[in-house]
Design a protein around this ligand. Structure first.
Ligand SMILES: [Zn+2]
Length: 311
């Protein structure tokens, strides 16, 4: 990681900012705005990019503060990918303290329009044991304290004021991204569960047995702590967003032992990251070209007056 550059993005789209971004892109040696730094984002841990030969570290500031970490930009199968460690290097950010708004804004500001989001989850059914891969098609938000919109009427530093908008979120995930992820998993002989509901809890604690049994009784499939508001903020920026969930444990209600432990989650995730990486990489290679997106995500903001200019 010899190269690094810095980008400040205030969302005004003014010529000065554009030049700054373009300059940073040139400095990084990877492109210009017309030829973006990256068009695919992966929000996950360092295990997904640390072995790439050529990775450029790009620091991005946003109107919403700093993202969890630098973006690490590399290339997979000719596609330019920006990796962002969701919890920061060294995993120092608990789920509720992740700056989800800055993370998605930072990705968009370097050109990203499609996001793959691997995450560790608990299984709510016995058949979804450790090592299960699930590509959810629904989510339930049980978080409590997280900002989940950009369009909150709070003026940005440049004076523009985001107008309140109400996004369609009936289908929270990108259908094209989901299909691509499922196909990529099958191609790696890892039959995924195609669809299911991710319930996102506040954390950082795991569920009680009663909560876990209640989640399962609702028919929900898996439980995690980071899938929201990540998904809705992506939609608010007209980004495609696909969650790829790796089950690391049976949640408290579905298992008979002492309940989930953090060590267990980390161990199972580490054991499976070698399997997950090629799935992600195949998915990256197979995602539609940015200009050829025809999903609901790409047109999420059509006809809406948001009051601000997206990067
Ligand atoms: Zn999409």
């Amino acid at each position: 990681m010899a190269e690094s550059s810095s980008i400040s993005s205030n969302g005004t789209g003014s010529p000065a900012d554009t030049a700054e971004v373009a300059d940073a892109a040139h400095a990084a040696g990877t492109g210009t705005l017309a030829d973006p730094l990256a068009d695919i984002g992966v929000i996950g841990g360092s295990g997904f990019y640390s072995f790439l030969d050529d990775v450029t570290e790009v620091t991005v500031e946003t109107p919403y503060g700093s993202p969890s970490d630098s973006l690490f930009v590399g290339e997979i199968a000719g596609r330019k990918v920006a990796f962002l460690p969701r919890h920061g290097r060294g995993h120092h950010l608990p789920p509720a303290r992740i700056n989800y708004r800055a993370n998605l804004w930072a990705l968009r500001s370097v050109g990203v329009r499609q996001v793959l989001a691997p995450c560790a989850v608990g299984g709510l059914r016995e058949e979804y044991g450790p090592g299960t891969l699930l590509v959810p098609d629904q989510l339930v938000d049980r978080t409590k304290s997280r900002v989940q919109t950009y369009y909150d009427g709070e003026a940005l530093a440049d004076g523009s004021v985001p107008q309140v908008v109400h996004m369609s979120f009936a289908d929270p995930y990108c259908p094209a991204g989901r299909r691509t992820a499922v196909t990529a998993a099958r191609g790696q002989n890892w039959e995924p569960v195609d669809g299911g509901t991710l319930v996102v809890i506040e954390g950082p604690r795991f569920s009680t047995r009663a909560e876990s049994r209640w989640h399962a009784a609702q028919g929900w499939s898996i439980v995690g702590m980071t899938g929201h508001p990540e998904a809705v903020l992506a939609r608010e920026l007209a980004l495609c967003y696909t969650s790829i969930a790796l089950v690391t444990d049976l949640d408290a209600g579905a298992e008979t032992g002492e309940g989930v432990s953090h060590e267990e989650v980390l161990r199972v995730f580490a054991e499976n990251i070698g399997r997950l990486r090629p799935v992600l990489f195949d998915a990256v290679a197979a995602l539609p070209e940015t200009g050829k997106r025809d999903c609901l995500c790409a047109s999420a903001l059509d006809g809406m007056d948001t009051g601000i200019t997206l990067p």
